[in-house]
Design a protein around this ligand. Structure first.
Ligand code: UDP
Ligand code: MG
Length: 309
């Protein structure tokens, strides 16, 4: 059996279309399929659309969160509940074409435990800002973290149930699945697809949501930012030390009143650097805090199996 997980946050217009397309593309594939929709606290009519399709197709069921917990947590819930020998995740907005399902399964049959779908073109449906920020983000991420995360590979992938087993054991509070996928190892294959336009609605990732995901990704896989803070501190301490003789000499020469501008610049600059580094440390401490509480990463309000299952 193969599970397909779809996280949904306010996608009422996309759901009927998407499910129809998926059913079409899987009808010729000789496996049993289950379609698991995760309603991530949608505030529109998504839930009634989902209920409709679950009553119509006998291979669909859904999980509904008590509020919005974010796409990463929705995917985690999917991995927790999926029963398939392979689990496919895809977006609800038809940017991830269902025709790729057959290609992913072919790779899986060849023995790859992880099949990643990589975007062929980046520009489509992306503002210049989003394209640029994601490019810069992956560059920084690869530099700062110890895992090699593929750029342009969204949460559109197939995982063998062995990999899913591992993901179920990972208890990170702030999950960044792309990083975990790269961390677990296993044999992986990459296939390329055309990232389409979002069918209806707007992206559910605000700039802030994206930035938060980026920071979660950066701080989940290494403590390198903390080392950078140390080296930065060391660098400026040495420069500061070299400045001391100059200060003493100009004092002895009676010219120590000058230098108001340089003082202000130094205060402003080092104030900024200190805040940045405090922020970096704060993020790590925050992670310990959240992790220490051990709260569940999502809260389920309803699990719905259609009556004919
Ligand atoms: N999504 C979600 N919870 C959120 C944000 C997004 O479940 O808090 C879902 C959304 O419904 C979609 C997928 O995650 O199925 C990807 O979101 P979106 O298409 O808005 O992201 P983009 O393609 O713009 O990066
Ligand atoms: Mg999208």
């Amino acid at each position: 059996m193969i599970s397909i997980i779809i996280p949904v946050y306010n996608e009422e217009q996309n759901i009927p279309n998407l499910v129809e397309k998926i059913q079409d593309s899987i009808s010729l594939i000789p496996y049993n399929f289950e379609l698991l929709v995760i309603n991530d606290g949608s505030s529109d009519n998504s839930i009634s659309e989902i209920r409709k399709i679950c009553n119509y197709y006998r291979n669909c069921y859904f999980i509904s969160f008590s509020r919005n917990f974010g796409q990463q947590n929705a995917l985690l819930a999917g991995y927790d509940y999926a029963k398939g020998d392979a689990v496919i995740t895809m977006d609800a907005d038809l940017q991830n074409p269902p025709e790729m399902i057959a290609h992913m399964i072919k790779k899986w049959e060849l023995g790859y435990e992880i099949v990643l779908c990589k975007r062929k073109r980046i520009k489509q449906d992306k503002t210049v800002l989003k394209g640029l920020t994601s490019k810069i983000f992956y560059k920084i991420l690869r530099f700062l973290s110890d895992v090699n995360i593929e750029s342009n590979s969204p949460d559109f992938r197939l995982l063998d149930s062995r990999v899913v087993q591992i993901i179920r054991q990972i208890q990170d509070y702030d999950v960044f699945l792309r990083g975990i996928i790269s961390w677990v190892g296993f044999q992986r294959a990459t296939i390329y697809y055309d990232h389409g336009l979002r069918l209806y609605g707007q992206t559910k990732y605000s700039f802030l949501k994206m930035a938060n995901l980026a920071i979660a990704g950066l701080t989940s896989f290494s403590v390198k930012p903390l080392y950078i803070a140390i080296y930065l501190g060391l660098f400026f301490s040495i420069i500061g030390l070299l400045y001391v003789p100059y200060v003493i000499i100009s004092y002895l020469n009676g010219g120590s009143v000058d230098g108001w501008s340089s003082l202000i610049i130094t205060i402003a600059f080092f104030g900024g650097v200190q805040l940045l580094i405090l922020g970096i440390m704060g993020v790590y401490i925050g992670k310990i805090f959240m992790q220490g509480k051990g709260r569940p990463r999502y809260v389920i309000k309803e699990v719905y199996y259609p009556t004919h299952l």
